[in-house]
Write a protein that binds this ligand. Structure first.
Ligand SMILES: [Zn+2]
Length: 347
């Protein structure tokens, strides 16, 4: 396994760490980010394992998590450029003079509202779990991650990447890793890892489209467009990933677009391009708001399937085919759109 549950893949961090056009200081920031990712991965794997064990224990003991009716509490902690999580609590983040604290509170509250109103889900665990985000992690840290219990955001180096809280899709991507951990429980390797990463991009992109009130055919489907700094923009990049065109040269992290390109052990940040482009094509074919049509099918599979840590992409594809028929029994065009989208990527 070569990935932490972060938004920037190790291959991109490595490329900039080795980029002779960057200053020694900027390159050192990328080396630091690689080292931190390695450490986070160990923590996240342990926590995800505990979530699965606890769910199994509760299920055997007949314990059902008590659902909290109100919206989840949204908390923001300030690492003040240290690396001890979670940091110091920000007293009233919604009215903080620190734009990063205020943005983190406002957007995390919006993501909670998105899951609540669109998918009827109360927080990450479905039972109102408090949402905890840490900001100003490390010094010029070039990444954001979910570590199994919370979201964490770096400030970026200001050259290649800006403050990671500027990406509303980045924030929804990280929070969705928590949702996946508490539902399908997908591993972070092989095909399941690609599905895990893709689900975070799918819900991250849908959140971005929901905030902008965009239809599937007018959305740009870019991931990480708002966190690129001047150095990345000057090199011609416009995003981290593009769900409508994952292999494009304007992506910092170009991806495979067909299952025939999948290889065992592939970085989940790469293999996610396959289900990403399938979702995008289906959403465009169904047309309208992605979160009302195909998004409901994806969420139903995510939330009603028993934990499947090693789920294969074809198994996920077939689950969405069955769910499309369950949710829209009389809509043959909808079934055909889902089927054609997956077939177009070889699944
Ligand atoms: Zn991710």
């Amino acid at each position: 396994m070569t990935c932490a549950c972060s938004i920037i893949p190790p291959s991109v961090l490595k490329r900039f760490a080795d980029d002779p056009e960057l200053s020694a200081e900027l390159r050192q920031q990328f080396y630091n980010a690689i080292e931190i990712d390695n450490r986070i991965r160990a923590v996240r794997q342990e926590t995800a394992l505990l979530t699965t064990l606890m769910a199994r224990h509760n299920s055997l003991a007949g314990i059902v998590p008590v659902a909290v009716a109100h919206a989840p509490l949204v908390t923001v902690y300030d690492c003040k450029h240290h690396m001890t999580l979670p940091g110091t609590p920000v007293a009233t983040p919604g009215s903080s003079a620190d734009p990063t604290a205020k943005r983190t509170f406002d957007q995390t509250s919006e993501i909670a509202k998105f899951f609540q109103t669109i998918f009827k889900r109360n927080s990450v665990d479905g039972a109102g779990m408090t949402l905890l985000s840490s900001i100003h992690y490390g010094t010029k840290y070039n990444n954001a991650f979910w570590n199994g219990t919370q979201m964490t955001y770096g400030d970026g180096d200001g050259a290649v990447f800006t403050d990671f809280t500027r990406g509303n899709d980045v924030m929804a991507h990280e929070l969705t890793h928590g949702v996946t951990q508490h539902t399908l429980g997908l591993a972070y390797a092989d095909e399941a890892g690609g599905l895990n990463e893709s689900l975070s991009d799918v819900f991250g992109s849908m959140f971005r489209q929901w905030q902008a009130n965009q239809d599937a055919n007018t959305a740009d489907w870019l991931i990480g467009h708002d966190i690129l700094g001047p150095t990345a923009l000057a090199k011609g990049f416009t995003c981290l990933r593009d769900m409508s065109n994952p292999a494009a040269s304007h992506c910092l992290s170009p991806q495979p677009i067909h299952f025939s390109q999948y290889r065992g052990g592939m970085d989940p940040h790469l293999s996610s391009g396959i289900p990403n482009v399938a979702f995008c094509r289906i959403a465009k074919s169904v047309a309208g708001k992605s979160w009302l049509g195909v998004g409901q099918v994806w969420y139903d599979v995510l939330s009603t399937t028993a934990p499947r840590p090693n789920m294969l992409m074809l198994e996920f594809a077939n689950a969405t085919r069955a769910t499309a028929k369950k949710l829209h029994p009389a809509d043959a065009a909808f079934h055909a759109a889902v089927d054609a989208g997956w077939k177009s990527v070889g699944l």
